[in-house]
Design a protein around this ligand. Structure first.
Ligand code: CTP
Ligand code: ZN
Length: 156
């Protein structure tokens, strides 16, 4: 097969490619990046793409945008192992894999409404990673354990 036939989405001139997203998770990725509220940003999405490594995967390409560390941590929560590629002038200038840290701070809120992290503005939510599969985290303050769906719904 020629490369042209294999490419599902066009190469980008400048921006960020999020590759190897677990199949179906690209929607959550778009949500946390607030893409829909910014008409100035061009985004290409490929879902259910065949991958040697993963069977099927999703890919998101965002033109003219570089992600900050909090966005990268959110992507790690949703799509650990995703590859981030930074493109300039059509060339790959940087490429890395997102990894979930053992302590997750500030990117999601505790699902316990009475947790001090929800009552006091000065208390930053903080969680310990208990398990990656199934994704399970524990609140540093109230010890509430949260799993995948609850976690995705609590990302701020
Ligand atoms: N990419 C892009 N636009 C460019 C360059 C790269 O959209 N100008 C995308 C590619 O389509 C791919 C990702 O960025 O999804 C990584 O590019 P590259 O390292 O060139 O591809 P591969 O070697 O195929 O990457 P991998 O082995 O990580 O799948
Ligand atoms: Zn809590």
């Amino acid at each position: 097969m020629t490369e042209e036939k294999m490419l599902k989405v066009e190469k980008i001139r400048r921006g960020t490619v999020i590759d190897h997203i677990p199949v179906g998770r690209s929607f959550q990725v778009l949500k946390i990046l607030n893409i829909s509220s910014d008409p100035g940003i061009t985004v290409s999405i490929a879902i259910h793409v065949k991958s040697k490594k993963m069977g099927l995967k999703d890919v998101v390409k965002i033109e003219d945008r570089i992600l900050d560390s909090s966005e990268l941590n959110k992507i790690a929560l949703i799509a650990e192992g995703a590859t981030i590629t930074i493109v300039e002038d059509y060339e790959v200038i940087k490429k890395f894999v997102v990894v979930l840290p053992d302590i997750i701070t500030g990117i999601l809120k505790c699902s316990n409404g009475r947790c001090i992290s929800n009552m006091e503005n000065s208390v930053k939510p903080s969680f310990t990673l208990l398990s990656k599969n199934p994704l399970t985290i524990k609140c540093h303050y109230c010890e509430r354990e949260m799993e995948t769906d609850e976690i995705f719904g609590s990302i701020t």
